[in-house]
Design a protein around this ligand. Sequence first.
Ligand code: ADP
Length: 523
Amino acid sequence: METLASSETISVTSPVSLRQLYAFEADGRDRIDKIFQQARNIQPSIEALTAKERIEYVMKIKDYVIANRESLIDRIVAETGKSRFDAFTSEIFEICDVIEIFKKKALGLLKDQKVPTPLVLMGKKSYVIPQPLGVILVITPWNYPLYQTMIPSIFAFLAGNAVVVKPSEVTPLRGVVEEILEKSGFLKDAIQIVYGGKETGSMLIDSRPDKIHFTGSCATGRKIMEHASRYLIPVDLELGGKDASIVFDDVDIDRTANGILWGAFTTAGQSCTSIERLYVHQSIYDKLLNEIVRLTQQLKTVSSEDDLQKTNVDVGAVTASFQLRIIEEHVRDAIEKGAEILCGGKRIEGTQTFMPTVLVNVNHSMKIMTEETFGPVLPIMPFQTEEEVIRWANDSPYGLGGSVWSKDLKRADRVARAMKTGNVSINSHMITEANPHLPFGGVKESGFGRYKGDFSIWTFCNMKSVLVDKQSSMIEAHWYPFSPTKYKLLNTILDSLFVRSKKWLNVLQTAMQLDKIGRKEKY
Ligand code: ADP
């Protein structure tokens, strides 16, 4: 995929044949103003829908995606160059799975959330109302163009917001989301698409959405946060990663090798939670390495546009040409510093497909072990002790995901807890993302904010707190008038309520004193 950023013309090309697929003019200020106006106009009607009605609209999207899965996959694979199987599992299946789970889950999350009220506020009740924020701007990357565009937008819509979404200019899937929304009978203007590159993205921020949900690179995340700070727009940033996978000596070699292979090479390593570095216990290093290399050599890669139609092709192309340059640079840097290529290591001539690559003799002085490579490259390093491998795993500016492989689940749990990341899978990789009940997000330079799980909808809400007094004749204990006696009484209440040796009789007395104050009895 290539973007001609110098003008406002976006050119979308096949990462496999390198031919241009189509080109178009990026959306400018006039269209953006119109889109935001429409979003502001429709938002109150979305807010007025019941949770069930919103869910029913979202179910229409799911039905359409299921019925039209093959034509949607055609568009995804053409622009990303990913294998058909990858497009099926990580985009189509995932979209359906998330929607199906939130059919029920959203009902609970959108209800008023009752919370306890402490004794000192006796007689009152408290709850939280999840209310929409207004218009949400979703800015998406090129690696999962349909999933990343649909899922945050659906969560924001379920929360009662209108959504403006800008897909990546590298894989815009121009017209696809509109087709899904229109043909499925989704609510008009509730989710709208704006096309363009960073200038368009920047103009969208100037339109002052009520929240920005961004998935993309660290560098762009910084710029977006800086820009949003001018208007104090809240942001969720889902940024890059350098996931470590740690394999202990007691694993099933066959299963683990297969799992590592998928974790490293799915979507040609272009997931923010792909395995970017593998640490294997010294005692099984050779055995596991041999198996990984053997399996890697058997992987079928996309080498022509015809391969995008096949369901027996494993690893797709590198979607963005600028990313391919980074991958090649990381491999070159590693080789110069003493690494050895056991398989792969080069691109297929005339394409952006990079052969699945296994590298050894690597260390943390190399970019391949410390910077995000985002390609089908698996560098492997042996380790001796648990303490050492945890230190290496955490030796990264990123903190997105990771995995631990061991039959000793206590040890795996201990290591998972010690990893400074937002997600860890045990005896699998990236599997946390397959459970929409689990929150997703990172720490350190991988960003902040969580979505999916309970945060899915709440991240797009004003979680409004309400506390109700039934309008009795009582006054609150902390209201005027103040007096020395009342001050003394409040001290007694503090002792009764909070000292460790709290006696229930004291608590009862406190309740009675509060009652007296409330009724304005003289003190
Ligand atoms: P990647 O897709 O490689 O993660 P980026 O992080 O640069 O690349 O881009 C992710 C998304 O952010 C894309 O939709 C891109 O157009 C958009 N974008 C890039 N720069 C800006 C910017 N300055 N303001 C708003 N959006 C931007």
